[in-house]
Design a protein around this ligand. Sequence first.
Ligand code: NDP
Length: 461
Amino acid sequence: MAYDYDLFVIGAGSGGVRAARKAAETGARVAVAEEYRVGGTCVIRGCVPKKLFVYASHFSGTFEDAAGFGWSVGETGFDWPTLIANKDREIDRLERAYRSNIDKAGVELFETRAVIDGPHTIRLEANGDRVTAERILVATGGRPSPHPALPGHEHCISSNEAFHLERLPEKILIGGGGYIAVEFAGIFNGLGVDTTIVYRGMEILSRFDPDVRRALHAQYEKNGIRILCHNVFENVKRLPNGRLQASLSGGGTEEADEIMLAVGRLPNVEGLGLETVGVETAHNGAIMVDDYSKTNVDHVWALGDVTDRMQLTPVAIHEAMCFVQTVFHDNPVKPDYDTVATAVFSQPEIGTVGLAEDAARDKFQNLDIYRASFTPMLHTLSGRDEKMLMKLIVDADSDKVVGAHILGSGGGEMAQLLGIPLKMGATKADFDMTMAVHPTASEELVTFAAPSERIRGGETV
Ligand code: NDP
């Protein structure tokens, strides 16, 4: 049977666009459908606008730090609408670039919701047309969980709305203690907003290294962010004056202009017609796939956040590259999730690669932990009370560095580069043989002398 397309991709985010373009480069006939804006979460309402906001929020600290270097900065002011307008202009530019790349690759773009309507049929909701494809790739991403179990959740915003608020709130409460909660807390605080994190667990950033978590918590409090751990919102009400009031499980209430929920993201699977072809999903709705991103249906594939593997843009792109190798180059390649470097754009920033100390303790009996906490050079004159943390975790038996964690300016950039030696299986001896770059903060990583802690047989000795 002749299909209209060799591949139909649903969702033009980072993963979908990469898969579509790379598949088209092989000569395949490819189409992609997008119901919202081309570029997906990362470009339109995620990583990119978030990082622009992070830059914006750094200036308040930079103006303060300047005094120690002899500068007197006159009166400063911040205009939220200007930031929003400039950010929107940049996102428009990036969206145009995505569209142009799709076009140049010869991929047909349908600006509509697309629904699987039969084994190889896709219905285009905009006009009801049906097209056929030999293979279907679902790359519809995810969305912030609205947390329906919370009474009054409809009064709350998510990261989606945070990018378009008409006014900067004077006070915000943020529910959650993961990437998004921590990043937005830093942003709002830097922009002068009275900011409180409300987190259910013992310590924010549950999946990160314990030293980094504690150090960021302490720094956030020094920066003026309140962190209420062991706490959740019990309900949220709109007050007659327009403000919001949240009751907390730990007792008491808090009023704020906005309450933001950042309690995880859900896969976008509803109304896609997955059941029409019998695609299996997990209990949270995420599409289940094999090691090659194939669903239980032979010609339906899925990748990126809709599959709930690792919710990171570069991972979705990597999955897309593997998918194209597997399907269009007849070269089966499994995505590799080992030693994925990542950054949290908190303030200061976190860069991390490999195992956190608790995970390393579970995996290895004998470890050497190297830690350094020091005042970064910038703050020797600025006078800011901020420490930088660097940590290496070494498997004492093989001498391999199995985890590297940084809290401090440039942590994300360092994590990217540390990802290479850790991926290659570098040993502590390799780090020691590497000449330092002076004066930098990262030279600490190659000049650690003795371990701060030795763990043998699972016990600190
Ligand atoms: P995360 O999974 O990072 O964090 C969710 C947070 O919400 C956790 O602190 C979790 O607590 C808490 N939580 C979950 N359910 C509830 C509940 N019912 N009540 C109260 N608290 C709850 O999700 P995010 O939404 O922050 O981000 C989604 C994903 O997006 C991330 O996992 C990350 O992969 C990606 N991302 C990556 C970024 C980057 O690379 N810099 C930036 C932003 C997002 P607990 O820890 O106890 O489970």
